[in-house]
Design a protein around this ligand. Structure first.
Ligand SMILES: CC(C)(COP(=O)(O)OP(=O)(O)OC[C@H]1O[C@@H](n2cnc3c(N)ncnc32)[C@H](O)[C@@H]1OP(=O)(O)O)[C@@H](O)C(=O)NCCC(=O)NCCS
Length: 136
């Protein structure tokens, strides 16, 4: 996953604090999710999720994503989108499994293609997800 200038992460944390989150343990950052609410589309776009390589498989990514889905529900935002690289089956599995467990729906929406870079944009509908379904 590409990481960007610190200024980008400062801006995300400052202006999107409910949906840009870190997972911490003993003062160490183990994972991160960056998601942004589009006011005009009434959708949240999940831009980045990353877990430190040695900490993967501990449900950290799932919990970060779950927190954003819960926040979306609390905000009355029922649609989210995420672009996942076609080669990234671990991320796709994580997202599909969580949405399925929460009885939401996930569908392919469109494709983004650039030189050597191919992503599918998935639309997540959480209409039936309410806070009671979450163990935050
Ligand atoms: C994708 C990523 C965020 C997953 O984080 P994670 O904390 O390791 O994932 P979790 O432990 O929460 O896994 C949740 C579910 O995802 C799926 N999953 C996670 N890693 C997987 C893998 N390598 N292969 C298949 N399924 C996987 C499983 O269904 C898992 O559920 P289970 O443990 O009950 O089977 C992590 O692998 C990562 O940081 N990858 C590099 C950055 C990246 O690709 N980000 C995504 C861009 S969209």
């Amino acid at each position: 996953m590409a990481s960007y200038n610190n200024y980008i992460y400062w801006m995300l944390g400052k202006y999107f604090p409910s949906t840009c989150l870190v997972a911490e343990e003993n003062g160490q950052v183990l994972g991160y999710i960056g998601a942004l609410l589009s006011a005009e589309k009434r959708k949240i776009f999940i831009w980045q999720i990353a877990v430190k390589s040695e900490e993967r498989g501990r449900q950290i990514g799932r919990k970060l994503l779950q927190s954003v889905l819960l926040t979306a529900g609390d905000m009355g935002i029922m649609q989210l989108e995420i672009a996942i690289n076609d080669k990234n089956s671990s991320c796709r599995h994580m997202v599909e499994k969580l949405v399925q467990d929460l009885q939401g729906t996930i569908t392919e929406k469109e494709r983004y293609q650039d030189e050597g870079f191919c992503e599918t944009v998935y639309s997540i509908l959480i209409d039936c997800i309410r806070s009671k379904n979450f163990n935050k």
